[in-house]
Design a protein around this ligand. Structure first.
Ligand code: PLP
Length: 382
């Protein structure tokens, strides 16, 4: 099997799985309890929190653990909206966000808030001139993703933060960092809210985090026993948190080598495909511009879904877009159409997303399977 759907989810690192198992079968105390057995677990969780905070350029008290990035994104958007409840405010996002942001903004729109969906450049980055002209004194929140999950476009968060502080200094800036975390070098995040998800970087499913800068006012998510500073009650998922920390440590120590290998795989695959096939187009940024692990390609004349299943027959797993939209039989049309791609290009799009367990040598077999199937399906199509 060659797994090339790492933007949907990743294989958990052995070490992280081992740590999760230990936190379930040996060190299973509730970190909120007061005896020593629990204090040890609490100490480990706080060390993990400090480590994650450092990777984001934040303070430990600015990290709130969640169950996934969908929850982090909902908490960010509805948390800010709750602070402004009863008043009509402007909420700005983009047309190419993951559904966990797009749908929350649509919900705000249905509630009567003033919602703006910014357009996308042809490469999948946000139109910053539209952002500048949409910001006003009434703006409560701007949410722009760091790396686009379908095409790998990288938004310049520093530039976006500067535009927001120039035109709307009181607005809160959130960024969905799910596909950026670990795939770009760790740097202090210039946003005030930032979402991440463990299962996208070789930790288990069911754990994520939201960075909330100290001075940001935000409504509570889950109410209950006041864990996570009262913002997100609920017993902490210690197996998930400690496993996510193990994965993060691996990325901190080996990130440069991982990213270099991802980029090599991507370049090799593209080189093979572009020399052996005609009518192959990259959807998104140029090969060396976007995230090192995401390659969205259209093989004109071949529906993405048909090619996906043909590759599946060979044990090669790819996707046609985000996992959530595929199941609903929507291809990535919303995102690709916002980028201005034609229906043909969108229908024939395939997302190849690499992970740290992929090897450059595997790309030859992947390219051979794609070339053979595209040629066959094109002949068939004619
Ligand atoms: N945001 C982006 C950009 C994603 O790619 C995903 C998952 O595909 C999510 C949010 C949702 O993450 P989770 O599965 O942790 O809810």
């Amino acid at each position: 099997m060659i797994y090339l759907d790492n933007s949907a989810t990743t294989r958990v690192m052995d070490n992280a799985a081992q740590i999760a198992l230990n936190a379930m079968t040996d060190n299973y105390a509730n970190p909120a309890s007061v005896y020593r057995f629990a204090v040890d677990t609490d100490r480990k969780v706080e060390a993990a929190r400090a480590n994650l905070a450092k990777a984001l350029g934040a303070q430990p008290g600015e990290i709130v653990y969640t169950s996934c990035a969908t929850e982090s994104n909902n908490l960010a958007v509805f948390g800010v909206a709750n602070v402004h409840r009863g008043r009509k405010r402007r909420f700005i996002t983009t047309q190419v966000e993951h559904p966990s942001i797009f749908e929350t903004f649509r919900a705000l729109d249905a509630m009567g808030q003033d919602v703006v969906f910014l357009g996308s450049n042809p490469d999948g980055t946000v139109k910053t001139d539209q952002l500048a002209s949409s910001l006003n004194e009434n703006t409560a929140l701007v949410s722009v993703m760091h790396v686009n999950n379908e095409v790998g476009a990288i938004n310049d968060l520093g530039e976006i933060a500067a535009i927001i502080s120039r035109y709307s200094p009181n607005a809160v800036f959130h960024s969905d960092g799910v596909q950026a975390f670990g795939k770009l070098p760790f740097e202090p995040v210039p946003a005030q809210l930032y979402s991440i998800s463990g299962h996208k970087f070789n930790a288990p499913k069911g754990v994520g985090a939201l960075m909330i800068r100290q001075r940001v006012r935000i409504g509570k998510g889950l109410l209950g026993g006041s864990q996570e500073r009262g913002i997100r009650s609920g017993t902490l998922n210690t197996p998930g948190i400690l496993a996510m920390d193990a994965a993060l440590r691996h990325y901190i120590e080996n990130g440069d080598a991982i990213r270099a290998k991802l980029l090599k795989c991507k370049q090799r695959l593209m080189e093979l495909l572009s020399t052996q096939l005609g009518d192959v187009y990259i959807n998104g940024p140029d090969i060396n511009q976007g995230a090192p692990n995401i390659l969205n390609l259209s093989f004109l004349g071949v529906p993405g879904e048909v090619l996906l299943h043909a590759l599946e027959e060979r044990g090669i797993y790819v996707s046609t877009g985000s996992a959530c939209s595929q199941k609903k039989n929507q291809t990535s049309n919303r995102v690709l159409e916002a980028m201005g791609l034609s229906g043909d290009r969108a229908r024939s799009a395939l997302r190849i997303s690499l992970g740290m367990y992929n090897e450059v040598a595997e790309m030859d077999a992947v390219a051979a399977a794609i070339v053979e199937n595209v040629n066959r399906l094109r002949r068939f199509g004619r």
